[in-house]
Design a binder for this molecule. Structure first.
Ligand code: PLP
Length: 467
């Protein structure tokens, strides 16, 4: 049977945007309160921003600012881009996005897979700088013919999406019994839209702001003071260095400042204790919501959001190695060179090969883990290291050498150091372009291997000591 293609604006997937489930937190300490999470991660694009992606595009189509064959341009931390790209690509628009370079690689890959064109911009500059993502996007919108700038920070269709969908859904799902909502602010669309809606149906409802440390918003809410300069934070999607044009903070009664460390650990705890895989900003919201709930003296019904799915943060929030590199996960301090080892062998964090593995296996493991070298381990003992130059040297003459054994190619002459060795000893090895192997002899069956120290590990260590 021949099927008639549907009109693109009626794509079936659009009907799955919104109407997300609400689930109660049951395993964490919520004091006298009931805490509910609205799972925005269940939207087809994986975040709360699908709602505004669809709403802003449809509003622009309606008012004629986005024409057939037009180009959607936006400044986005990733999720708005995903929401826009999901809708726009199905409808046949080109999508061009300015994305800050701190954003998770998974989001960028997802955007590219949808066919969006990405311009990576600097995360270390503020509003007014030409490389700041919002200024950059505004410039792209001026320069590209047929461009429509979604401009979530100033677009009234953004809060309207929450006023007409997120708010009414929450109100129905809580059977019209809701005392407080804990929100984060990125563009402020969620807060402004919910404020508009609940201002009508439940004017006593209290809004609580969850803000990453470094953002200016919490201080502004608590003191009315606008800091002249913002700090930086690793949480993605919320926190600001300015007050967005569409922001309505008038219903926010209190604000909590949450550190990156607490946000990331709370997101991990949510997965461990409630089985919900969420992004870093959900950690901020949940941490603030738990503090708020525990501080109450009478029972309240409180809601907050799982703003996006944690699948796009597996290599960040949920990677111990990344967390250690960022100084967000602390290992017990040893007071010696072991503190500089990036991935600990004795903690099972090191990708290795066996001497009997082929060079192809070694190459595949190095590629998939983005490594320049790997320890070679034989029955639990370190017997050598294999690195890119060993591989290159061996296979350049003949590709079939990929089938030969690691043992024939690895370096067995290792640059070893005891944990108690000096920084100068370490520099001596690293300055020659080599990798230091940290070993000691407190095991009867041989030397105990702690891991490698590369130049990258030393740089990471120096950065951690600075911050
Ligand atoms: C990842 C993420 N993006 C966006 C938002 C909400 O931002 P906006 O203020 O743009 O509605 C949140 C809210 O908590 C969020 O966690």
């Amino acid at each position: 049977m021949q099927r008639t293609p549907q009109h693109p604006s009626q794509a079936a997937i659009f009907s799955l945007i919104g109407n997300t489930p609400l689930v109660q937190v049951t395993r964490m300490d919520t004091g006298p309160c009931q805490l509910f999470l609205k799972l925005e991660s269940q939207n087809p694009g994986g975040s709360i921003k699908d709602r505004i992606g669809r709403a802003m595009i449809e509003a622009a189509e309606l008012d004629g600012s986005l024409k057939p064959g037009g180009v959607v341009v936006e400044a986005t931390a990733g999720n708005t881009g995903l929401g826009l790209a999901l809708v726009a690509r199905i409808k046949g628009y080109r999508v061009v996005l300015a994305v800050p370079d701190k954003m998770a690689a998974e989001k960028v890959l997802h955007l590219k897979a949808l066919g969006a064109e990405i311009h990576l911009t600097r995360s270390d500059v503020g509003k007014g700088h030409p490389e700041y993502y919002q200024d950059y996007a505004a410039r792209l919108a001026r320069e590209i013919p047929g461009a429509w700038f979604a401009d979530q920070f100033n677009n009234p269709a953004n809060p309207r999406a929450h006023e007409t969908t997120t708010g009414p859904e929450l109100w129905e799902q809580t059977s019209h019994e809701l005392d407080a909502i804990v929100v984060g602010v990125g563009s402020s669309g969620t807060l402004t839209g919910l404020s508009n809606y609940f201002g009508r149906v439940q004017p006593d409802l209290e809004f609580v702001l969850a803000d990453p440390k470094g953002s200016i918003l919490a201080e502004y809410v608590n003191t009315g003071h606008l800091a002249s300069e913002a700090g930086s934070w690793a949480v993605e999607g919320i926190g600001e260095d300015f007050i967005p044009g569409i922001a309505d903070l008038s219903r926010v009664r209190s604000a909590y400042t949450i550190t990156d460390e607490e946000s990331f650990h709370t997101a991990r705890a949510l997965l461990q204790q409630e089985g919900i895989l969420a992004g870093s900003s959900t950690g901020t919201l949940l941490a603030a919501a738990l503090k708020y709930c525990r501080a109450q003296t009478s029972p309240k019904r409180v809601a907050t959001f799982v703003c996006d799915t944690g699948t796009r943060y597996l290599t960040k929030v949920y990677s111990d190695g990344w967390m250690v590199d960022q100084g967000l996960l602390q290992r017990p301090k040893m007071g010696d060179l072991r503190d500089l080892v990036g991935r600990r062998f004795d903690a099972g964090e090191v990708v290795t090969v066996a001497p009997t593995d082929t060079l192809l296996t070694a190459f595949n493991r190095m590629r998939s883990s983005d490594l320049a070298q790997m320890p070679v381990i034989d029955q639990g003992r370190l017997v050598g290291i294999i690195d890119e130059s060993d591989l290159l040297l061996h296979v350049t003459t003949e590709a079939r050498h990929f089938g030969s054994h690691v043992a024939d190619t690895m370096t067995a002459q290792l640059q070893t150091l005891r944990p108690s060795a000096s920084m100068q000893d370490l520099r001596g090895i690293l300055d020659r372009g080599l990798t230091a192997v940290i070993l000691d002899d407190d095991r009867v069956d041989g030397l105990r291997f702690y891991g490698l120290i590369t130049r990258f590990d030393l740089l990471n260590h120096l950065r951690r000591t600075l911050s």
